[in-house]
Design a protein around this ligand. Structure first.
Ligand SMILES: Nc1nc2c(ncn2[C@@H]2O[C@H](COP(=O)(O)OP(=O)(O)OP(=O)(O)O)[C@@H](O)[C@H]2O)c(=O)[nH]1
Ligand SMILES: [Mg+2]
Length: 252
């Protein structure tokens, strides 16, 4: 990536979060970056509302995909669209306003220092996080560390990350990433398997009372469990390569 001028845009996957996005937009617009909002087949009323919201901000564009496909699907679509518009990096930030817009600039500053790295938010949660979500995240992090044979991974599921586009498209060239909520997890695992660098930046994550989660406790957790099973089997097959790489890094 050296020699190439980094060019960042925001990428916001949106699904029935127009009320949250309405409150969040003034904060993210302040950063002064262009943005792609990819609507993931929201309800008709939500699409009308989100179209109105986005039309009110210069430099922001709404992309619609029709039927609901899942967060992973629209993030990958947004990454491809960003590449076509000449961007080298996307700052993916969820539409529900849980993340701090004021941390976008520091995250980009971190990314500029290592443009080839995936930079992920490292959530600092308050007391407002539902206990079940916290336990689920802890379990996923432990499994992700096994899957990557790495304790360097500090968070597995943050919806606030900088993805370098070229490298990310290389990661999915032969095997696509999951379309739904497993995306954040598997993207990180596959990134590490491909030899990619990951950096973490602490950032506060809120679960406000007027917030709205579309995370489906049973279905999404079941899909995440299946994904971990698949990744652990793949890791066992791939482990000689991962171990060789680790030793190489240690002794090189
Ligand atoms: N849940 C969900 N979110 C989607 C979908 N498509 C796009 N999104 C967006 O993906 C982001 C994350 O969705 P959330 O429902 O907040 O899920 P989460 O942040 O993992 O879960 P919480 O920690 O409970 O908020 C939001 O910006 C959504 O609008 C979808 O099909 N389902
Ligand atoms: Mg959320």
């Amino acid at each position: 990536m050296s020699g190439i001028q980094e060019n960042y845009c925001l990428l916001i996957p949106h699904y029935n979060h127009h009320e949250q996005l309405r409150r969040f937009m003034p904060l993210i617009a302040e950063v002064g970056l262009p943005g792609l909002i990819v609507d993931d087949g929201s309800d008709p009323l939500s699409i009308v509302e989100v179209s109105r919201i986005v039309a009110g901000y210069q430099g922001f564009e709404l992309i619609q995909v029709g039927r609901n496909r899942g967060k992973g699907s629209v993030v990958m679509l947004g990454i491809a669209e960003a590449e076509q518009r000449g961007y080298t990096h996307v700052v993916q930030i969820d539409a529900d306003g849980q993340h701090r817009a004021s941390d976008i600039e520091p995250m980009i500053a971190m990314s500029r220092k290592s443009p080839g790295a995936l930079v992920s938010g490292l959530p600092i949660f308050g007391d407002d996080i539902p206990a079940a979500r916290l336990q689920g995240r802890k379990l996923s992090l432990a499994l992700l560390r096994i899957e990557t044979l790495s304790t360097d991974i500090k968070d597995a599921m943050c919806g606030f990350r900088v993805y370098p586009i070229e490298q990310m498209l290389r990661v999915v060239r032969y095997v696509p990433l999951p379309a739904r909520m497993q995306f954040d997890l598997e993207a990180l695992v596959r990134w590490v398997w491909a030899g990619g660098e990951v950096q973490f930046m602490e950032t506060k994550v809120a679960y406000p009372e007027q917030g709205l989660s579309h995370f489906r406790m049973f279905t999404d957790n079941a899909q995440i469990t299946l994904m971990h099973t698949k990744l652990i089997i793949a890791m066992l097959l791939f482990s000689p390569v991962l171990l060789y790489r680790k030793l190489w890094k240690l002794f090189a």
